[in-house]
Design a protein around this ligand. Structure first.
Ligand code: ZN
Length: 462
């Protein structure tokens, strides 16, 4: 079964052979617009979970496949349907949990999409669609890996397997902890492979070693009891917009770095990354300079950032000469890995309370915090993952920090002490997850499937 020069060739062959089918199934999955926001048709998440459960059954490796909805703690509501497929380990082999999520971000403005968001379209070696990368490609990487293992190993597959495909990752994973509680025994694992992150570029893999946390809240600023004609009192009283603009401006230094006492930074080396690459990947306009200080990647991976992502105020079309009494903004902070998100939130809140201009009244609500994570890179599984990626991609992986947040990773680590967590992914810097024209690089998809097949196939031989 194995060739003398390359004992893994049967794994690689099975993985490569399965890529076209995996791509076809991915195309079917992205046609289902499963979005966990209440404003969208929730039946689509049921369809999407059923499609994933069917794919899991089709791999032929599981003892049990089911769809489960866990209660959202503190409410009578059920969370969105997640898929749980399990298979017991044999002959003392480890159990591996494969994680991905089947819900997607809302499409945003359809007019900004070159092709319809839920119509899979291949252009220039990429598959375009909402969820093509985040995270239905993660699901299909796991499914394709399991198919390849079944094909290459047959009855010699002894690994314990847990496939966990969540249905509300993009909407705050509200029933995640309860889902783990409800299925604690079946989900116990030695290694967890989270396929929801990115790669250095479309050819160079990455092992994610740090994730920033997030702290998000609504801030309402009030200065007046009621609105007034700006010609009547303008110049003598501060309107809520003036107070809000001045207050928010205190959050940043002139160079755009965060100016809040009590927010931590992580001190760690970062790979070289040119400003020109940043300009290209982020779409920085001509003449616009980057923000922040220190190496570019330290700003994204290791330092906090603050963004105002929403504002409730009179729209441009409805604007009149009026002093606004009250304004609400959404403040979204990325927290340095290693700092608790609750602590970061308290620091920003204290800063705002101490900086309110004109004694403006502040109200904080809708607080949503999630912790970052530092991966323990000392375990055998990280070494095995690095080797599998080096072979699958033909290039050594980069140790990668993630500027975004996957708060459930810290939940998993807390729930299963001693578990080894591998954060991998199929995105590349051009994937535009969460944005219009999201896409998957098809060759990255192929390499990710080969790498994960090698990783699990070798674990089976450990
Ligand atoms: Zn995701």
């Amino acid at each position: 079964m194995t060739s003398a020069e390359n004992p893994d060739s049967h794994l690689t062959t099975a993985a490569e052979d399965g890529v076209p089918a995996a791509l076809a199934d991915l195309g079917r999955l992205v046609r289902i617009p499963g979005i966990a926001w209440p404003a969208f048709d929730q039946d689509q998440l049921v369809r999407s979970a059923e499609a994933v459960a069917e794919l899991a059954r089709g791999t032929g490796v599981f003892d049990d496949v089911r769809i489960h909805r866990a209660r959202i703690p503190g409410t009578d509501e059920l969370g969105q349907p997640g898929v749980l497929a399990t298979r017991a380990a044999r002959n003392g082999k480890p159990t591996v949990m494969l994680y991905a999520h089947h819900d997607v971000q809302p499409p945003g403005d359809d007019a900004l999409w070159k092709t319809p968001p839920f119509e899979p379209t291949v252009r220039d070696g990429r598959l375009y669609a909402r969820g093509a990368a985040d995270d239905k490609a993660g699901i299909m990487t796991h499914i394709a890996t399991l198919r390849a293992l079944h094909e290459a190993l047959g009855d010699d597959l002894d690994l314990g397997l847990v496939l966990f495909v969540e249905g509300e990752e993009e909407f705050g994973s509200r029933s995640f902890a309860q889902f783990l509680d409800d299925n604690a025994d079946e989900m116990r694992s030695d290694v967890i492979v989270v396929a929801d992150s990115g790669n250095w570029d479309s050819e160079t893999p990455a092992v994610t070693v740090s994730l920033r946390g997030n702290a998000k809240f609504h801030l309402t600023v009030r200065t007046l009891d009621h609105a007034s004609h700006s010609g009547m009192f303008g110049g003598a009283v501060p309107d809520a917009m003036m107070a809000t603009v001045k207050l928010l401006a205190t959050l940043w230094n002139d160079d755009g770095s965060v100016a809040v006492d009590g927010l931590a930074e992580r001190d760690a080396e970062t790979p070289a990354y040119e400003e020109a690459t940043l300009r290209d990947e982020a779409g920085l306009l001509d003449g616009v300079s980057p923000a922040g200080s220190g190496t570019i990647l330290s700003r994204i991976w290791n330092k906090p950032s603050i963004t105002v992502t929403g504002i409730d105020h009179t729209s441009v079309a409805a604007a009149s000469n009026t002093l606004a009494p009250e304004i609400t903004v959404v403040v979204s902070c990325r927290v340095a890995p290693g700092q608790s998100s609750d602590e970061a939130y308290r620091a920003i809140r204290t800063h705002l309370e101490n900086s309110a201009p004109f004694g403006a009244q502040l109200e904080f609500s809708e607080v949503d915090n999630g912790d970052g994570f530092l991966v323990d890179t000392s375990g055998w599984a990280v070494t095995a993952a690095r080797e599998a990626m080096a072979d699958g991609y033909g290039r050594a992986p980069v140790d990668y920090g993630v500027g975004g947040s996957i708060p459930f990773v810290s939940d998993l680590a807390a729930r299963y002490p001693g578990v080894q967590i591998l954060v991998t992914g199929i995105e590349d810097p051009h994937s535009r997850a969460h944005s219009p024209n999201e896409s998957l690089h098809l060759d990255t998809f192929r390499r990710a499937i080969v790498s994960e097949t090698l990783l699990l196939g070798r674990m089976n031989d450990r």
